[in-house]
Each structure stands twice: as C-alpha cells, then as structure tokens.
Design a protein around this ligand. Sequence first.
Ligand SMILES: C[S@@+](CC[C@H](N)C(=O)[O-])C[C@H]1O[C@@H](n2cnc3c(N)ncnc32)[C@H](O)[C@@H]1O
Length: 311
Amino acid sequence: MDQDPYRSEDGYHRPVLAEEVTRLLAPVMPGVVIDATFGGGGHSRRLLEEYGADVRIVGIDRDPAALENATALGLTAVLGNFAELENLVAANVDEAPAAVIFDFGVSSHQLDRPERGFSYHDDGPLDMRMGPDSTLTADVIVNEWPEPDLARIIREFGEEPSARRVAGAIVRARPIESTSRLSTVIAQAMPAARRRAGHPARRTFQAIRIAVNSELDSIRDGLDQAIRLVRERGRIVAISYHSLEDRIVKRRFADGATGCTCPPQMPVCGCGRSAELRLLTRKPIRPSQQEIEVNRRSRSAVLRAAEKVAA
Ligand SMILES: C[S@@+](CC[C@H](N)C(=O)[O-])C[C@H]1O[C@@H](n2cnc3c(N)ncnc32)[C@H](O)[C@@H]1O
C-alpha cells in the first residue's frame, strides 16, 4: 500500500482535525479568523457552520485555484504567501485577528492534478509550484542544480537515507523531463529493501517540493507574524504533516512560552524576558483512529495551538 500522507479519496474537502480546530477557537469568538492555508476551505466551512455571523473569515492561499473556493463561499479571498502575513492582513482587515489557522503542505486537489507536477503516481511536468509567487520550479532543481546541492535537500528536506545515491542517479539521468521519469529514476536508484517499503520516490518528491516553495522558511516567517498579529488572548493553530514542519512549530511555540530565564535566587529579573504565548497543547493533538479511517491524509497530522498572553 502506498504511504503518501496527503492523498485520500476526498481529503481536499474533508478538513483534518476540524472538530479540534473549531473547539480551540470557541473562546475567541466573535472575531476575525485568518485561514492562512485556505485550500479547499474545509476548515473555514466548518467554522462558518459552527459560529455563523460571529466569525469573519479571511482566506489566504498561494494558489489562485484554491481561492476560487473562498470567493464561492462569499469570504474575503487573498492571494499570497503567508510568509507575508502581516502585509496581506493589513491590506484586508482593520482589526487584530482573533485567530490564525495554518494547515501546512499541499492540498489533495494540488496533488490530484498531474499538470501541477506534485505527484509521483502520475505523469506531469516538473513544476511543483504551489503558486505563481514561487520563482523556482522542480525542473530547475532536477536538471540544473549541482549534485551536492541536490543531495543536501534530499537529505534535509526529505530525510531520505539514500540521498547521495538518489542525487547521483538523477544527475546521471539528465535531462529528466517528467514526474514519472523522475519517479522511475529514483526507484531504480533505491536499494531493493526500500523498493518494498512505501513508494521509493515519496521522500525525494517531498524534498524537491519543499525547496521549490521555500516551505520551511515560509512557516518560520508565517508563525512569527501570526504571533505578532493576533489580538491579546488570540490563538494560533498549526497542523503539520511531517517532522520538519512540526519541529518548527514546536520550537517556536516553546520559545514563545518561555518567560524569565534568570536563576531563582536573583532578586529581580535581569533578562527582561517574558512569555508571549501560553501553550494550549502541551502534547500535540493527533487524529483519532476513526478520522484516519475516513481520511488517510490525516494520519500523519499533528496539531499544536498557542494563545497570545496579555502584554
Ligand atoms: C493542506 S491544504 C489546506 C486545506 C484546507 N485547510 C482545507 O480544509 O481544505 C494547504 C494549502 O495551503 C496552501 N499553502 C501552502 N503553503 C502556503 C504559503 N506559504 N502561503 C499561502 N498558502 C500556502 C497550499 O496552496 C494549499 O492550498
């Protein structure tokens, strides 16, 4: 069985951990919610159902195709990268948001379109751009990057144990013109044992996609800006699908929740640090077995949430 964490029968319309997101936002209603990864609008739809006129949603996505869903729902739809969250929100909202939701990665809709080049199952061009703001394409990385750079991203962003071997095979097979050819080249480079454990191209495709879209830098910038943006006691909810995403969220939230670091014997604080966040999820929330059964894409999801403390 293929191990693709994103694909499900109708995952695009079935938001991951939607009940948990809805419950976490109850204390900040009424208010403006920024859905920073609008996608199919699943989370927004669920919030509208629950909170009706109490919630005003602004849907942001890098992908113009996703925003058609926001417009159809009558919401404010903003095309852009959440790495520019403060500018995007300032241009569209005149009050501090009550919450920002992030549901990282690609949507099933993007994966299911072979012409977007995300899927190692289908034949498509080497693209993998989530939106027009990405200047890089998978084609440039696959066909032009020096082998050591290719190996580095496959190792760092794909956590692929055979990164050097895969990078070498890609460079030798150039020019590579399609996702299916890339997928075959990777599969052939893998040790036999790896060919039996999930799809051999999954980690390399993830790595190239992360590099094309500067996904991890965007998450760092987006989280920092969301924390600055939300009102006092406002909430940030982030759903990650692999350890690289989750590590960034976990560290940023833990850092924000760290107050004065002076030794206890100091009579007054000398470090000047005070916590900006309160963790709402000491342990991350994961989907139930029941949710995983109806939505395979949810099975690697990890939700963390934090509240901005009073200044
Ligand atoms: C997993 S999907 C979101 C699904 C959505 N929550 C739902 O319930 O339908 C992720 C979406 O976030 C978008 N996205 C990913 N990174 C982004 C970024 N840095 N800025 C804006 N949108 C981004 C993708 O284009 C994709 O549409």
